[in-house]
Structures are given as C-alpha cells and as structure tokens.
Design a protein. Sequence first.
Length: 215
Amino acid sequence: MQSGAKNAKKNADFIGYKRKFGVAKVINNFILEPKSAAIVGKYGSGKTTFLKKVEKFGYSVLYTDEFFHNCYLASGECFKIIKKIRPDFINENIVNKNKIRNFMLKSKQNRDLIEKSIYPFLENHLSKNHYHFVEIPNLWTKNANFGKFFSKVVWINTSKKQQLLNIKRKKVKNDIKLKNQALNTGKIQFYDVKISNRKWKKPGFFLKFFSKIFK
C-alpha cells in the first residue's frame, strides 16, 4: 500500500491532482476505487498511437488486439473454444484468423456466435485486472457487457484522410485491412471526451486530459 501511495502521489504531482483535488482524492481514485477509461474509435483512427503516448506517463494500458492474440495461442482459452465449435478453423495447432474473419462477415448470426464464445474471456480478465485505459473498439456489442468496467469513454476521432493514411501504415495485407475495417464499423453511442489527432499532439494536452479522466 505504501509503494502504491507513493506512485499515486508521484502521478498526482505531475497531473495537478495534489493541487486541484488533494492527496486523499488521488488515493481514492488511483488505489481504493481506481478508475478506468475505454478508448474507442474506428479502425485506423489512431487509438494505439494515442495509448502508446499515454503509457509513457506511467499509466497501465490494455490493448485488446494483443489480449486476443494471446488468447488465440494454442494454450489460450479462445483457441480451446474455437477448436470446440469450429475445429475446421484450426490447422496444426494454429487458429486461422482469416477464416474467422470470413465467417463473421458472412452473417450476423456467425458474428454473434464468435463474439458470444470469446468475449466472456475478456470480460473475465477485466473483472480481475485493473487498467487505467483499455483500447476496445467494440464497446457497445450486445454480446458482452464491457461498459460496466469503465467510468469514462474516450473517443479518438480523425479525418477520413488521416484514417486512410493510418490504415496504409499498418503492416497487414490489404484484404485483411478491409475485413478488419468491416468488422469495426460500429457507431459511437456516447462519449465523455472526444479527441482528434491534432488535439492530443498539442503541448500541455495530457495534463488537462488526465485531470478530466480521473477527477
């Protein structure tokens, strides 16, 4: 608890918490009742780039792409469930994610089947682990209740031109880019903070941003 309090105080000094809200508020928000923000946005909007910057300030971040990458490994729970419901998607102990993408894009029922099968693993992980920020494109899916884990929703918005540039920079094949884009077209239902690429790159942005998220 002492080391945690020291870390919280260090963060508080940086973002202005000690001055604005007091140390007691900091300890409550960072230790006793730690808050968590969902980072949402379209495919290629710059969510990962934004969060890499956030990490440099010492905040914990979960990238759901990385979570599911590990979950689909041969020892992971997602691998086991896919092997059970669609063994044809497994080849030499490797999940063929392209087959999963194709399957999900064929029909709404197919997508529901996959989401209902794998999303509980992410829900379980979030229920047992705290992150200050979580990159989660499909926050409002009907096949999981992710919203209960977050006190704030941050929408990373970008122009169509910048989005296309971001997608182009991704080191994946064009057909996979298109499929990923098609699977991440959900509407932003609500948000607490809206951020553009140009906005968060301005000097002094993060001091105000962290104060708004954790106040």
